[in-house]
Design a protein around this ligand. Structure first.
Ligand code: SIN
Ligand code: FE2
Length: 215
């Protein structure tokens, strides 16, 4: 394994984070063109928006979804819904490139047979962060989470089972994929404020695809 020319990460490396959790360096790079084209098509139909928290504040992350179910937040709480509340139409279909990448990444991390029905699309701009949280709105926790980083780099926080557990800081770059499931499925995680920059593929933002079996 040799360091790639564009970053500090050895693409193809598997970096274990905890039991059931790993970073797959550069795993999405081979699919980059298909992923970016599919992302553009999805967000043309279901534009990212800043959702309202149950407490009535705007989230700083811009969000959209594709797949049978989409994660939403509003005055009534957090949940999965089959339709986009902006226009009451079904979320765009899950692109085949997303499904295939997610299944291969999950299998590589020890979770064969992953078939996500929901993909949350998070867009971060400079200064945007995502505070520590658990992914726990899914119907059951047997399936892992597959999280694909695109665009600007970010520092990902990967914590423990309690909010107060000291998180690991993991630098994620364009094309990295993080998988967490099994004993790590409910670990707290988050993203530190995005540093400003310009990425050749996505400009001044970072996009994260979070693929889940929600329903
Ligand atoms: C998330 O937890 O929903 C997204 C994590 C990330 O952006 O890396
Ligand atoms: Fe999350």
């Amino acid at each position: 394994m040799h360091a790639d020319l564009f970053g500090t990460h050895a693409n193809g490396a598997v970096l274990p984070l905890a039991d059931g959790a790993a970073v797959l360096r550069g795993f999405a790079l081979r699919d980059e063109a298909a992923l970016l084209a599919a992302l553009r098509a999805v967000t043309a139909r279901a534009p990212p928006r800043r959702m309202l928290t149950p407490g009535g504040r705007r989230m700083s992350v811009w969000m959209s979804n594709c797949g049978e179910l989409g994660w939403i937040s509003d005055r009534h709480g957090y949940r999965y819904a089959p339709r986009d509340p902006l226009d009451d139409t079904p979320w765009p279909r899950m692109p085949a490139s997303f499904l295939s990448l997610a299944a291969r990444a999950a299998a590589r991390a020890g979770f064969p047979g992953f078939l996500p029905d929901a993909c949350l699309i998070n867009r971060y701009e400079a200064g945007t962060r995502l505070s520590l949280h658990q992914d726990r709105d899914e119907r059951d926790f047997a399936a892992p989470i597959v999280s694909v980083s695109l665009g600007l780099p970010a520092l990902f926080l990967f914590g423990g089972m309690r909010r107060g557990d000291r998180p690991q800081r993991v630098a994620l770059e364009h094309g990295d994929v993080v998988v967490w499931g099994g004993a790590s499925r409910l670990r707290y995680h988050g993203v530190l404020p995005l540093q400003p920059g310009i990425h050749p593929a996505l400009g001044a933002c970072r996009v994260n695809l979070t693929l889940r079996k929600a329903g």
